[in-house]
Design a protein around this ligand. Structure first.
Ligand code: ATP
Length: 218
């Protein structure tokens, strides 16, 4: 069973890495595939260039055994939609169970994703707690999701796709937006991301000149 974590990773941080590591262990996944979005749809363009974001993901993955970087969204070009990414993984890997990891915030917006109804045909969803975003109560879930919820992690391994599993993880109160803001203000980001990534950001002067909306208002 393979775990997949996509994201803008602008930059990658412990809020991505540690929850994914906990899922890797809890579900005994064979690996975590980190798949950075080259051209993330539905959001303003990333601050760091695609090559920098990919490099930072590589530096981070090197510190987490079982993590691998997959650059297929860079090679494909065009908008980095998840459905074609999962389709190409499926074509490569056959009927292996695929677990698409996402935070509770991402899951809350899943119905806005491109061709979202195809997602459960292609992967299980493993939803990880994110501070400020509790798990939705089952009765408030839409019908398509409610009937897919599984309380049994082992059950996911019995089919290639289609389940929804809620995995509590140790809260990591960190976001890429918060990190970019701190760097732009000259504040420390110690403890928010691997030191190799922090050093890379520093060496290339990434985020140091970002003027955030919050700063513009001041
Ligand atoms: P930004 O602040 O720029 O919106 P982000 O920190 O939310 O970025 P993304 O790259 O957009 O990072 O997130 C990729 C995935 O990681 C999403 O599924 C998101 O829910 C999840 N994620 C990000 N931060 C956390 C966190 N602190 N805890 C749990 N999941 C997280």
């Amino acid at each position: 069973m393979l775990g997949i974590l996509g994201g803008t990773f602008d930059p990658i941080h412990y809020g991505h890495l540690r929850p994914a590591q906990e899922v890797l262990r809890a579900l005994a996944l064979s690996e975590i595939r980190l798949i950075p979005a080259a051209n993330p749809p539905h959001r303003p363009p990333p601050v760091a260039g695609a090559e920098h974001r990919l490099k930072m993901v590589e530096l981070a993955a090197a510190e987490f055994p079982g993590f691998r970087v997959d650059d297929r969204e860079f090679r494909r070009g065009g908008p980095s939609y998840t459905v074609p990414t999962l389709e190409s993984l499926r074509a490569e890997l056959g009927e292996v169970p695929l677990c698409l990891l996402m935070g509770t915030d991402a899951f809350a917006g899943i119905e806005t994703w491109h061709e979202w109804r195809r997602l459960p045909e292609l992967a299980h969803f493993v939803v990880m707690t994110r501070p400020g975003w509790p798990f939705p109560e089952t009765p408030v879930l839409p019908e398509w999701a409610r009937r897919r919820v599984s309380r049994d992690a082992a059950g996911l391994a019995r089919s290639p796709a289609g389940g929804i599993y809620f995995q509590p993880v140790t809260p990591q109160d960190v976001s890429a937006t918060g990190i970019r803001r701190r760097i732009a203000r000259g504040e420390s980001v110690e403890g928010f991301l691997p030191s190799a990534v922090r050093d890379y950001i520093r060496a290339h002067g990434i985020y140091s000149t970002e003027v955030t909306d919050a700063q513009k208002k001041r």
